[in-house]
Design a protein around this ligand. Structure first.
Ligand code: SAM
Length: 370
């Protein structure tokens, strides 16, 4: 069957079950994520990239929809080239046919194991995108090596949310060498565990990764990190890592250098997950491209979050349950907190979650005053 997504028309098998067993994988539910990917990579290109060549790698390409959209939709004055790879020979053929269907010529297509492919391209790509079945962990090391060492963009999708969100603790430890945090804001901690893991993988190469954007949507999480080089910068990464414990909705944070203590989760990233300028540029591009209401809603919520440095959020339903009170409308609580002189916003991953620069006590006071 022929489908259209963004500016790309493409063919996928008639019988799509959206499981690993499909002849060629395509999941229409990931469209929002791919729309956001195009917008974020464009924002990155506009703000971070100063050279005349821009090489993007879609290492686990499936039908090729993601890489082909980058090839067709990104706007760049210099040489833009996308390298698509998939281990499945049927996917490889499909990508070539889909490129022909759209008359896309600024691509190269490969049929290799992703790690083999990436390791053949040492410090070559400006962007490496990993969109696997489940966890990206098995490919992160080679992806880091395949990126340019300054202003390279690493994009990671993870669909193994049971592990990252804390329902499958052993799996999280196995894949990400970290204890996850299960709770109302577990999706944010999934992002923080994944970011922290990628950062730790990069330090041995004297590289510092910095998150610039991330989101938890539907059944997956997605993070974007930028490379920088130098041992000193890599050393500083550990200042942004730590361990977190949730005590009745309040987060206790231990620095990485203080070491692990039983009952804490981590190591995970405890800094700001966003580059404010990039978020604003992404929102501008998304509005210009007339992206869907859903994409704009996610980006707007994230714009609010990017201004507040809280690790996790306060879940108003959990507070309501604890105090045995009914929960006022979210916007009323946010307005009340602002009246009290604090910053406050709703999180993109939990419609009942508030991020604010004040204490739980003040959030409770705001709820009572509503
Ligand atoms: N990126 C695609 C999209 O946006 O629609 C979806 C990719 S799908 C989730 C994961 C793909 O990884 C599958 O097409 C699968 O054939 C491929 N794959 C699995 N193991 C691989 C490996 N070791 N090397 C390269 N490709 C692999």
């Amino acid at each position: 069957m022929i489908l259209k997504e963004g500016d790309v028309v493409f063919e996928v098998p008639d019988k799509l079950t959206v499981t690993k067993k499909d002849e060629v994988f395509y999941n229409p539910r990931m469209k929002t994520g791919r729309d956001i990917s195009v917008v974020i990579v464009q924002a990155f290109l506009n703000l971070y990239h100063k050279k005349d060549k821009f090489y993007v790698c879609d290492a686990l390409a499936g039908s090729g929809i993601r890489g082909l959209r980058y090839a067709k939709e990104l706007k760049f004055d210099g040489e833009l080239k996308v390298f698509l790879n998939d281990i499945n020979p049927k996917a490889y053929e499909k990508i070539i046919n889909n490129a022909k269907l759209n008359e896309i010529e600024n691509i190269e297509v490969f049929n290799e194991d992703a790690n083999t492919f990436l390791s053949r391209h040492f410090r070559f790509f400006n962007v490496v995108d990993l969109d696997p079945f489940g966890s990206p962990a098995p490919y992160i090391d080679q992806a880091i090596r395949a990126l340019v060492t300054r202003n390279g963009l690493l994009c990671l999708t993870a669909t193994d949310t049971a592990a990252l969100c804390g329902r499958a603790k052993k799996s999280c430890l196995r894949k990400y060498l970290a204890y996850p945090l299960f709770g109302r804001d577990c999706h944010e901690f999934a992002l923080r565990v994944l970011v922290g893991y990628a950062m730790r993988m990069a330090t041995k190469y004297e590289l510092a990764l910095k998150p610039v954007f991330c989101h938890a949507t539907d059944h997956y999480v997605r993070v974007y990190l930028v490379t920088d080089r130098g041992a000193k910068r890599a050393d500083k990464v550990f200042e942004m890592l730590g361990y977190v414990k949730d005590v009745n909705g309040v987060k206790i944070i231990r620095k990485f250098e203080e070491g692990y203590e039983k009952g804490f989760s981590g190591p995970l990233y405890i800094g700001n997950l966003y580059d404010k300028a990039l978020v604003e540029e992404a929102l501008r591009i998304a509005e210009e491209r007339k992206c869907s209401e859903r994409v704009l809603k996610i980006l707007n919520a994230i714009k609010g979050e990017s201004a507040i440095n809280q690790v996790g959020c306060y879940d108003t339903h959990q507070i309501g349950k604890m105090l045995k009170i009914s929960v006022p409308p979210m916007q009323d609580i946010i307005n009340k907190l602002k009246e009290m002189g604090f910053e406050a916003t709703v999180t993109h991953y939990n419609p009942k979650g508030i991020k604010t620069n004040t204490t739980l006590k003040n959030v409770i006071e705001a709820m009572y005053k509503c």
